[in-house]
Design a protein around this ligand. Structure first.
Ligand code: ZN
Length: 236
């Protein structure tokens, strides 16, 4: 492939179920491009909601949602052009945000076993399971997180491999739905990890779960609040 060719429209071998150029002559997959806007809506809100926890724990926490903004940018570019470069950027950003998640979890668990040698894997697991099993709000958060992940991945697989079926029904929006679901699933999943981490690492901050924009709404973005004051903070 020539150097200029990798940027040209439809130079990628990947093409999603949505009809190309159906709604715009400049945008190859209109709904897949537009649904990527969700990344720019949810990421700043989550950065804002996570700030008290990140400030108390580690500002590196913000990397998760900063990465998500880039994932959104690359996703929009890819679906707009279906270019080879767009596909690479989209896949690299998904892969690298996955690596970051794994790295973050590894660092957190390794550090905690160094800082508190007694906190071996056994204690860590028991603690997490203990919270999950006793607190109904956390249990609900875990259930919704897993359901959203399963639903998001089902949409992706269905669009990829069941396209002829969905085209007969004239419903080719499943990849767009995957964009929306994966962003919300990440919000739920990252809040669950943050809550378990805060309970274990900074228990003096009295972490609690809330939903944005309103706590009583069944659907909303979850986040953690720290109810403890800095006065109760450990000095060591
Ligand atoms: Zn996509």
């Amino acid at each position: 492939m020539a150097m200029a060719g990798v940027f040209s429209y439809e130079s990628s071998e990947v093409d999603w179920c949505e009809d190309n150029y159906r709604h715009s002559e400049n945008v190859v997959e209109y709904f897949n491009t537009m649904s990527s806007f969700i990344f720019f809506v949810v990421s700043p809100i989550m950065l804002y909601l996570f700030h008290p926890y990140a400030r108390e724990r580690n500002l590196a926490v913000h990397l998760v949602w900063l990465m998500m903004i880039f994932v959104g940018l690359f996703s929009m570019y890819f679906h707009m052009t279906l270019s080879y470069v767009g596909q690479m950027l989209d896949e690299i950003s998904i892969l690298s945000s996955f690596c970051w998640m794994v790295l973050l979890i590894t660092v957190v668990t390794t550090l905690s076993s160094f800082i508190k040698p007694t906190a071996n894997a056994y204690a860590l697991n028991c603690f997490a399971i203990h919270i999950l099993c006793t607190d109904q709000r956390v249990l609900r958060l875990a259930r919704v997180s897993i359901s959203l992940w399963v639903l998001a991945i089902s949409c992706w697989i269905s669009d990829r491999f069941g396209c002829s079926f969905w085209q007969k029904l004239n419903f080719c929006y499943l990849h767009g739905m995957w964009h929306i679901l994966i962003v919300v699933a990440t919000a739920y999943g990252s809040t669950l990890i943050a809550y378990l981490d805060a309970n274990y690492e900074i228990p003096y901050s009295l972490p609690d779960l809330r939903y944005w924009p309103h706590d009583n709404w069944a659907l909303g973005l979850p986040y953690i609040v720290l109810k403890g004051t800095t006065k109760t903070r450990k000095s060591c």
